[in-house]
Design a protein around this ligand. Structure first.
Ligand SMILES: Cc1ncc(COP(=O)(O)O)c(C=O)c1O
Length: 375
């Protein structure tokens, strides 16, 4: 790893080293076929095996029951922002759907849903810079929503639903889990539909994993363009057209890697240890200010600030020189963001904490922001 740095990028993010090493070989010649993975027909025997193993390993790792479909779709996670309301809401746009607004990406999903339905924003933490997840009296579900939608982990603001919202019986719960998919064991039965862009915890950008109840997918509108109906992809096992073959291959390799380290329980332990190392340090000092409230903070995206924007810039620049890359916060909030996805090593977190200590010692005189999230 000596020629690589610690990559804190929010996405595309760091991938497991064994997966990248295997991919290097398989780019040249996969399964002894004499042809690399990028060059194989999506209808040939080699890719049959790649796809079958990716689905089987996805099911094994996540304990996905048979009545749920596992799909690999193109178009990035943002395509799901419109495909979901387009499929599951009535053509006359009379349905009401409930959306939690907990960050940049649920905000964008809401805008798309408004093209197809009445959107009730049933809880929002926008007023406090998305520093928490709405709960209790903050949540106002509509009487009979067509579905309830969450962004399980805010990549930009670093909050996470630790508990799922209480959804009325029979109302589908839909989750954009792009930035925390398979970071811990998941009870799929609590959802009708989960999706994730691969580029954080699973693989390359533009490939999307969908895990959804088959009977729910069947209820989607049948008068949409073929590619935009989920049933098309169920019927054709993600191969209606030429699928993102390399993305499916790499996501499949990542599932194998998760299995090799002990599955999602072991994954969660690793992630807990990494997040604890960083948050414990943030809690133990007063120079850096973490954004998210303690009870809702994300184990994947840790967002914090220095006392001034100038120091934020300096921190990011100097960190880079120390081999700590990608720490600049999202443009909508500034500060720093350490994305410590599944493949991110604990050594990188330790290196960041040491760097933070040094930086703080050198700049301790600077004044503090008035409150978390504000400046
Ligand atoms: C939670 C979440 N949802 C959706 C997206 C959009 O993904 P894509 O760029 O693949 O469309 C992102 C991107 O970072 C994300 O973090």
């Amino acid at each position: 790893m000596s020629d690589r740095v610690f990559n804190f990028s929010a996405g595309p993010g760091v991938l497991p080293e064994p997966v990248l090493r295997q991919a290097q070989q398989d780019l040249w010649n996969i399964h002894g076929s004499g042809i690399g993975i990028l060059e194989h027909s999506h209808r040939g025997k080699v890719f049959d095996r790649v796809l079958a193993e990716a689905e089987a390993d996805c099911r094994e790792v996540g304990s996905i029951p048979d009545d749920y479909a596992v799909l690999f779709l193109p178009g990035g996670a943002s395509s799901q922002f419109y495909m979901i309301p387009m499929n599951f809401c009535a053509a006359d746009k009379s349905d009401t759907v409930d959306y939690f607004d907990t960050g940049e990406w649920s905000h964008k999903a809401i805008a798309e849903a408004k093209l197809f339905a009445n959107v009730n924003v049933c809880g929002s933490s926008k007023a406090t810079n998305y520093d928490h997840v709405p709960k209790g009296a903050e949540v106002k579900l509509s009487a009979r929503p067509k579905y309830v939608y969450i962004e399980s982990n805010s990549t930009v603001f670093g909050n996470q639903f630790k508990q799922l919202p209480a959804v009325p019986a029979g109302v589908p719960l839909i989750s954009d889990s792009s930035s925390d998919i398979y970071s811990e064991p998941i009870d799929v039965r609590k959802y009708h539909f989960i999706y994730a862009g691969a580029q954080k915890n699973l693989g390359p950008a533009s490939t999307v994993l969908v895990i959804a109840r088959k009977d729910y997918l069947e209820t989607g509108r049948a008068d949409l363009p073929t590619m935009l109906q989920y049933r098309t992809h169920v019927k054709n096992q993600s191969r209606y057209n030429t699928p993102p073959t390399f993305g499916i291959y790499l996501v499949g390799q990542t599932f194998k890697w998760i299995k090799s380290i002990g599955g999602l329980k072991a994954m969660a332990e690793r992630n807990r240890a990494k997040a604890a190392a960083l948050y414990d340090h943030l809690d133990s000092q007063s120079f850096f200010t973490p954004l998210a409230k303690k009870e809702d903070r994300s184990p994947m995206n840790v967002v914090f600030k220095c006392p001034t924007p100038e120091l934020d810039d300096l921190f990011v620049k100097q960190a880079e020189k120390h081999g700590l890359d990608g720490l600049k916060g999202h443009r909508s909030i500034g500060g720093m963001r350490a994305s410590i996805y599944n493949a991110f090593p604990i050594e990188g977190v330790r290196a960041l904490v040491e760097f933070m200590k040094t930086f703080e010692r050198e700049h301790r005189g600077a004044s503090k922001p008035a409150m978390a999230g504000a400046r």
